[in-house]
Design a binder for this molecule. Sequence first.
Ligand code: ZN
Length: 456
Amino acid sequence: MQQIFVKSALLANGWADDVLISISGGKITAIEQDASPTKDALDLGAQILLPALANVHSHSFQRAMAGLSERRGASTDSFWTWRDVMYRFLDDLSVDDIHAIAAFTFMEMAETGFASVGEFHYVHHQKGGTPYDNPAETSVQIIEAAKTIGLGLTHLPVLYCFGGVNEETLKGGQLRFGSDFELFEHIVDGSKSALNDAPCDFSLGVAPHSLRAVNPGLLEQVTKLLPDRPVHMHISEQKIEVAEVEAKFGARPIEWLLENTSVNERWCLIHCTHMTPSETIGLAKSGAVAGLCSITEANLGDGIFDGTRFVENGGTFGIGSDSDLRISLTEELRTLEHSQRYATNQRTVLANPHGSNSQFLLQSAAAGGALALGRQSGEIAVGHWADLMSIEPDAFLADGLKQSMALDYWMFAARQDRVTNLWSAGRHIVSKGEHKNRSQIEQRFKTAVRKLRALL
Ligand code: ZN
């Protein structure tokens, strides 16, 4: 059993002082308030203990592309030109690269306050589309990378069949993604086998890529593959995609999904950027999690999520680092709130009346993220995985600020976005702001990206 003592903690029912937390088997077994430190407890002193978040959406290999698509082409750039860079990059990505890049990316997630990740994994095959001897080879690399770091994983193998809503044939870089349903079942089975040797908080879900890449029949099939496990899908990220779906199905993407599928708490819909008010309200009431990826959505020029209407109607959201361009929990949440300010010409848009912005954003994204990953976490509570992080107000100039005021400073004003400590299901993987194996993980990443950049 481990114990942690801290002077201030954000528990499920609010702030508490002098908190002693007991952990056994990776789960929180007791929480005492107004307690004293025991002799074996790790005493965090004046640090603040918070629930660590689930990162609902990541494509870790894209971390190695960060910063490589910021040059303007001959005409205006868009999401679609960024995607072309990604396809070129994929030509040279080896299995070892996938492991090295994922490990580094997962380490950065832990250092910034994520205790788990939903890896939306679609680079399944060799260049040209030939499956590896084990069709789940690259999934095995993702699972191994998460084990190396100690970051909780909900692995989400992606079903990707077509190059557009009219079932266009895959070509070029897309061939590494493409599987028919039978091959996809082998990938899921291979992932299940690999997870047998992983910590017991690691799990599996499925990810139909988008309404561009699967048709309605395949979407129904894939959602039945792992009953009760999470279903993640990209949707309504780009206006072109909305127009294509509307032309094909006679309804906008989220409108179609709400009418034709059983969207509920099992589903995490990534982006949901372009919605009509009725789609926003319908999605909020469905119980599905909106997976918001604010840094990536800003970088790709996607647009602004209708956050105020969604939250007012009881919608649930989580946050994801998606392209992994920059891994920063505070920046994701700050960018989300700032995007709402741009859209509404108001301040403190998402918080409850008289409430703290950062506390609302953190607690909402923690609860939504846990739901999206099918992970028993999201708040500091008995019976939950010990997904915890601590921050040190004195280390980022929040001296003299307490509880939510210190949290507001960290999220909106501090230059320091790393946490001091992080536990994932009780695994203490970050201390003094760094992952325990940082230098070795970083070295492998640098070797991989130097090779890939030289070939671009
Ligand atoms: Zn994505």
